[in-house]
Each structure stands twice: as structure tokens, then as C-alpha cells.
Design a protein around this ligand. Sequence first.
Ligand SMILES: [Zn+2]
Length: 161
Amino acid sequence: MQIAANKAVSIDYTLTNDAGEVIDSSAGGAPLVYLQGAGNIIVGLEKALEGKQVGDELSVTIEPEEAYGEYSAELVATLNREMFEGVDQLEVGMQFHASAPNGGMQIVTIRDIDGDDVTVDGNHPLAGQRLNFKVKVVSVRDASAEEVAHGHIHGEGGHHH
Ligand SMILES: [Zn+2]
């Protein structure tokens, strides 16, 4: 069975940056399970996997525009400490959920604290980076109608609800 839209796919993968550092990997854990065509994984990886089948191995380099986007200086802002009312201790590296301009949610990371000035960055931690994936296709099956309706995979490695 080939990978196509609405297939439930599981993959083993290792993600490295251009310096060769491992950023993420399924090694030692369970494979990643996702629904092809639903935006569960970055678009560049979905494209590379389309048409592949169980046992196929591939190495693919994905440019930022098909991964986590270009780094945008517009997503960096300096806020007053008062904006973080209710947080006991602000520290560089802390992450918060914030509402994005498009109405969705984004994760912002504190980059710097200078007195009452708190600099936050709404870029994805991997924004602007070229990503190198080594991937092996572990299994491919038809997704259930319910999984397709939900836009994600249920059961082992997927959503439980
Ligand atoms: Zn669901």
C-alpha cells in the first residue's frame, strides 16, 4: 500500500540540522504515527513521503518554507512585565500559549528580560532552519472514517479520546 491522502502512516525518523546535530528522533521510542494529507507533519515531509511504501527509506532536506517557515522579526516583541500577571517568576526560555493574529494559537518563548521589559519571540524554535530527515516507513493502512473526520490518528501512537 502506498502513502496517499487519508492513510495512517507510521515512520521511524531522525531529524538533524545543517550542523549535523540531532534535533529529534524516534530512535529508542515508538514510531511517529500521522494522517497523510492532514497537516499533522510539515508539508515538505508529507510531499517526500507521498507514494512511498512500507520498508522504503529516504533522506530528505526540507527548506524552511516547507518546514516551520522563515524566521520573522515581526514575531519578536517587547512587553511590559505586567502582561505576565499571575506568573510567579519569569525566566528566559519560558514558553506561553498566546493567541496569534490569525486567530490560532502560537507558542511564544521569552528571549530576554531587562527590568520590566520582557522580550518574547513567537517564531517556532525551528523557524528559518533547513531540516534534514532520515525516514523509514514502518506501516501504512487506511485511516478510519472517524480518523479522517478528526484529522488525526487514533489508538497506539495517536490520540486517545
Ligand atoms: Zn480524534
